[in-house]
Design a binder for this molecule. Structure first.
Ligand SMILES: Nc1ncnc2c1ncn2[C@@H]1O[C@H](COP(=O)(O)OP(=O)(O)O)[C@@H](O)[C@H]1O
Ligand SMILES: [Mg+2]
Length: 236
């Protein structure tokens, strides 16, 4: 039985600047399921990052409902939202946002701060293949290695949901696939719900569910019976 983790009902996010009105999210409704890999796919400006921001409570929707595990996020106070994020969510971005004067180990350890359910740092470093690098500093790493540190840091608190905004945007094909494989491994091992935002259609093939967006609207929702391994995808 699939369990719902997020329900969106008629979500709107509207920006007004000068005389221009942009519907970054235009009447969006769907359900996401626990333990799945979900890809939000669309061209630049289609509302993907806005979607990620309202799901994670970084931004308030203009109207509509966003329900996480039976609780309405859009009704939460700032304090409740902070708690919701700290307890449940991990984030990975295209830029790795590592702390330059902390080692790999210390950067990852930082991610487990404020969590009740932390994973063993040595175990995570093993999974991301960085055990040998744990005393190195970010400037001594390649882009792919930095992204793996960022993933390890996000996973350290064993989040229920891992949000990834263009996680392979700055990586070449080979390293990009390794990064996606790692996200798949984490999804399987910890049953983490992984939500990947991308403009790259090839990445959609590894998702259980693909939400395609354009101009703030959901244009299609596809469920993949058979997902493929990150190593097997072609690259756009
Ligand atoms: N803070 C903002 N103020 C005004 N317009 C915004 C703001 N954030 C996003 N937008 C607009 O909303 C639309 C969706 O943006 P975004 O969610 O960043 O798209 P994507 O991540 O798919 O590239 C774009 O037209 C963008 O210009
Ligand atoms: Mg974006």
């Amino acid at each position: 039985m699939k369990k719902v983790i997020y329900t969106l009902k008629n979500v709107m996010k509207t920006y007004e600047s000068f005389s221009e009105i942009t519907h970054a999210l235009d009447n969006v409704s769907f359900e996401l399921y626990k333990g799945q890999v979900i890809v939000i796919l669309g061209p630049s400006g289609s509302g993907k990052s806005t979607m990620l921001n309202v799901l994670s409570g970084i931004d308030n929707p203009t109207s509509g409902q966003i329900i996480f595990d039976k609780v309405n996020i859009e009704k939460m106070s700032e304090k409740e939202l902070t708690e919701y994020r700290e307890k449940n969510l991990g984030f990975i971005f295209q830029s790795y946002n590592l702390i330059p004067n902390l080692t790999v180990y210390e950067n990852v350890e930082l991610g487990s701060h404020l969590s009740e359910n932390t994973l063993d740092i040595a175990e995570i470093l093993e999974i991301v293949g960085l055990s040998e690098m744990k005393h190195k500093f970010p400037y001594q790493l390649s882009g792919g290695q930095m992204q793996r540190v960022a993933i390890a840091r996000a996973v350290a608190k064993n989040p229920k949901v891992l949000f990834c905004d263009e996680p392979t945007g700055a990586l070449d094909e080979k390293v990009g696939k390794q990064t996606l494989k790692l996200l798949q491994d984490i999804n399987k091992k910890y049953n983490t719900t992984v939500i990947i935002v991308t403009h790259n259609p090839a990445i959609a093939l590894l998702a259980n569910m693909v939400i395609k967006m354009n101009s703030g609207k959901v244009v299609s929702i596809t469920e993949n019976e058979n997902t493929i391994d990150a190593n097997e995808i072609g690259w756009a």
